[in-house]
Each structure stands twice: as structure tokens, then as C-alpha cells.
Design a protein around this ligand. Structure first.
Ligand code: DQA
Length: 146
């Protein structure tokens, strides 16, 4: 079967607040503004994308479980679930398609509890600390995995 040139971009909890949430850490761009940049890069790279955000762990798990039917790879910013969710890690492993973990901030420069990612062990790799650019780098990495 031909590999699907379609990428699922997932955002976890509180990322709907980007723009007004701790701008000194996460920048002043809203999620909509970041999504515009992602869509324009996707067009340039010739891939289809679907971008989703949820504050609920269950939604993210369900979307990851369903992803292989439609998508060839996942870009995910699991946000706070990075540091707590075995369920999201297991869903990525079970989905069996490549996932790229992205973070706006450099999680290794911050509080101790942010230095551990449950997701990293299931992801192809991780991009952290480049602000909104982390998503664009993540998309490029995901396209390479198709
Ligand atoms: C984040 C980092 C997480 O530690 C935090 O809980 C987030 C955002 C980032 O993109 O830098 O919500 O994933």
C-alpha cells in the first residue's frame, strides 16, 4: 500500500491558550497563528495535514489510535501530558506510525519535572526549544519519515 502523505498534528492541554499563556516562555503567537505557518509549510512540502487540539487525554489517545487509517505520521506537542501520560505513549507505540514530539520551550532548561518525557521513548525523535519553529522543524522531520 502506498504510504499516506498526510500528517496529523496534535496539540495537548492549554495550548489553546497560546498567545496569552506565559508569553515569556511560549511566545506571543496564538495557536491559530502557528497553525497558519504549519499549513503554509505543509503546502510547500506537498503534504496534507490535519491539526487538532484537545485538553483531554482521552481525545488524544483516540485520535492517535485512529491515525494509521488516514495518516502516515504524527507531529505531537503533548504539553503537560508529556510528563504524565503512559496512555499517550502506549497509543503511539500501538499506532505503529512515526511520531515526532515537539515542544515550544526547551523542557530541559526548566523545572525538574519537565525533564522527563513519557512520550520520547515512543517517538522517532524530539524537537524542543525553538518556539513556534519547533512545529515547523517537526513537520519537516515527519515528512522525512513518510
Ligand atoms: C510544552 C512544555 C510542557 O512542559 C508544558 O506542560 C506545555 C507546553 C511546550 O511546548 O514547551 O504545556 O509542551
Amino acid at each position: 500500500m502506498a504510504k499516506k502523505r498526510k500528517i496529523l498534528v496534535l496539540n495537548g492541554p492549554n495550548l489553546n491558550l497560546l498567545g496569552k499563556r506565559q508569553p515569556e516562555i511560549y511566545g506571543r503567537l496564538t495557536l491559530d497563528q502557528i497553525n497558519k505557518k504549519i499549513r503554509s509549510l505543509a503546502k510547500e512540502l506537498g503534504v496534507e495535514i490535519d491539526i487538532r487540539q484537545s485538553n483531554s487525554e482521552g481525545d488524544l489517545v483516540n485520535w492517535i489510535q485512529e491515525a494509521p487509517r488516514e495518516f502516515g505520521a504524527i507531529v505531537i506537542n503533548p504539553a503537560a501530558y508529556t510528563h504524565s501520560s503512559v496512555a499517550i505513549r502506549d497509543a503511539i507505540t500501538a499506532a505503529g506510525i512515526p511520531a515526532v514530539e515537539v515542544h515550544i520551550s526547551n523542557i530541559y532548561k526548566r523545572e525538574e519535572f519537565r525533564k522527563h518525557s513519557y512520550i520520547a521513548g515512543a517517538a522517532v525523535g524530539q524537537i524542543a526549544g525553538f518556539g513556534a519553529q519547533s512545529y515547523l522543524l517537526g513537520l519537516r522531520a515527519a515528512v522525512e519519515q513518510l
